[in-house]
Design a binder for this molecule. Structure first.
Ligand code: CA
Length: 520
């Protein structure tokens, strides 16, 4: 990476464009060294041509072609999105599989965090009572009861951090036997298994819904709560239509009684010292800008490699932001089978998009473009850097659980909320979220650490951003230094020693299920 007097930044020696670092952008006539002069006003984060680029010639960033010039572009001119033609996505039928040897790295030993160890070996970073639902009809009731539990019961159980309603819009009025319905159903099942819930999730159902409540506790014996003298003390499922309830008040009391038993058990959980290999970190980006791929995402990639070296698990996701850089990922698959699994996920999504007559040009968003990202190729190249340089050991489909330690590609849409929901189902105990434009995203189930890609945002959102990686662009910190800072911050937050900004402020987004099956 080279900087021109701190005003623009070039990532790869082969690049013919550079990114404007200067906070206010460049003004016409501004000298940048080496005889390079800005040919007009160019906003921060946007691209400037380092050489004359002929019409149709490739525009190169990260050493990769991000598109071709629509017009001849002179040295020093602004290369905005209207001047870059989107290239074809890499074909899926002839990609190199598992051709790149894994980097030779030392295992990282001696790093620990204080977590809640579960009987199945997984480790929680929070201690949360989860109340899930088999159908959206009960969501209002769950919200009502969660408020009362927080007010009336939670203060008596000081070791429990929170009570969370896992509401969603699924469960009925859907084609539940359609092949693709497996995605939302396994997502709901697997969220209940997230390590932060300590295997104590309760299920609230209605009774007549298509998705029966018992399917959401299939790892545990189903114990139905009835409103009788001999109510089952170990009940984990309650249906509002159960004959034993007379009126809303009795339903609420029933849920409260059931919650109390689960809170008692959760309250006995204690943090214990766990190796960093018990970390399960989901990496995501949202509201990206041209800096994301230069600062925050490379620092996240460095932290990814540290976690993998420590024996932990990391997942990266967001199929539409990976698709255009897939030729850089299939060589990193640990074997051909994993390489083929990557390609299958890409093909499935290509097909899914074409059914909706959408294509990959729907990404980037207007805000991404305003931030300087010309197209999805440029966005993808900057996005996959989050995965560091570790080998990809496994690929899971949307809503599936992680199977292996190391770096996994967990296929999800790029939507922040859907990706977060699917990474929760995969079993993450912490999420790292990079942002350039800024989004106040957070989840109540696991801590979300937000990393800003530019210091302008880092300063403006001083209380919403956990770590500013913008210092990398200004030369005030290295990728390695910020990567280490992030790794240590992850260990502190996973231990409960420090709080993520979103948790401190109490800002939490709703779950958003991915349902590729028909709604009826
Ligand atoms: Ca996203």
């Amino acid at each position: 990476m080279s900087a021109f007097e701190g005003k623009i930044i070039k990532v790869h020696p082969g690049d013919n464009v550079a990114i404007v670092v200067e906070a206010g952008g460049l003004v016409e006539g501004q000298a940048l060294g080496d005889g390079l002069v800005a040919a007009g006003r160019i906003p921060q984060g946007h691209k400037l041509a380092l050489r004359n680029i002929d019409i149709d010639a490739p525009i190169v960033r990260y050493g990769e072609v991000i598109g071709n010039a629509v017009v001849a572009i002179g040295r020093g001119e602004h290369v905005d999105e209207t001047r870059v033609r989107l290239p074809q996505a890499p074909a899926l039928d002839d990609l190199p599989l598992a051709t790149r040897p894994a980097p030779d790295v030392e295992p990282l030993e001696g790093f620990t965090f204080e977590g809640y160890r579960n009987p199945d070996g997984s480790v929680g970073t929070k201690n949360v009572l989860g109340i899930t639902t088999s159908v959206q009809c009960v969501a209002g009731t769950v919200d009502y009861v969660v408020e009362r539990i927080k007010r009336e019961l939670l203060p008596r159980y000081p070791n429990v951090d929170d009570v969370v309603g896992l509401n969603h819009t699924y469960g009925c009025g859907v084609a539940i036997n359609a092949p693709a319905a497996i995605v939302p159903i396994r997502t709901l099942k697997n969220i209940a298994l997230n390590p932060n819930f300590g295997n104590q999730v309760m299920v609230i159902g209605l009774g007549c819904e298509k998705l029966q409540p018992s399917t959401l506790v299939d790892d545990r014996p189903v114990r139905i709560y009835e409103n009788t003298e001999a109510a089952d003390p170990d009940a984990n499922v309650l249906s509002l239509q159960d004959d034993s309830f007379h009126g809303f008040g009795e339903m609420v009391e029933g849920i409260m009684a059931m919650a109390e038993r689960h809170l008692e058990r959760l309250n006995r959980r204690r943090r214990e010292t766990c190796p960093a290999s018990d970390l399960v970190v989901g990496m995501q980006c949202g509201g990206s800008d041209a800096f994301s791929g230069v600062t925050a995402n490379p620092a996240v990639g460095f932290a990814t490699d540290l976690i993998v070296r420590a024996g932990g698990s990391v997942m990266f996701s967001e199929v539409t932001e990976v698709r255009d850089a897939i030729h850089l990922l299939t060589p990193r698959a640990i074997d051909e089978q994993v390489g083929r699994a990557l390609i299958e996920q890409m093909a499935w999504y290509d097909d899914y998009l074409s059914q909706g007559q959408a294509d990959r040009s729907a990404n980037p968003s207007p805000g991404n473009k305003k931030g300087g990202l010309s197209n999805v190729v440029e966005k993808a190249l900057g996005s996959i850097i989050k995965s560091g340089s570790s080998p990809i050991v496994d690929v899971i489909g949307p809503g599936e659980r992680l199977r292996r330690k190391g770096l996994t590609f967990a296929a999800t849409p790029a939507s922040d909320f859907i990706c977060g929901t699917l990474q929760l189902a995969a079993g993450m105990n912490l999420q790292v979220f990079t942002t350039g434009r800024g989004t106040p995203y957070g989840l109540s189930m696991v801590p979300v650490l937000k990393v800003s890609s530019n210091s302008t945002l880092g300063r403006r959102w001083h209380d919403l951003i956990d770590l500013d990686a913008g210092r990398i662009a200004t030369g005030d910190a290295s990728i390695e230094a910020v990567g280490w800072e992030l790794f240590r911050l992850i260990l502190d937050v996973a231990s409960g020693r420090r709080q993520a900004a979103a948790d401190r402020l109490g800002i939490h987004n709703d779950l958003a299920l991915f349902n590729p099956a028909p709604v009826t």
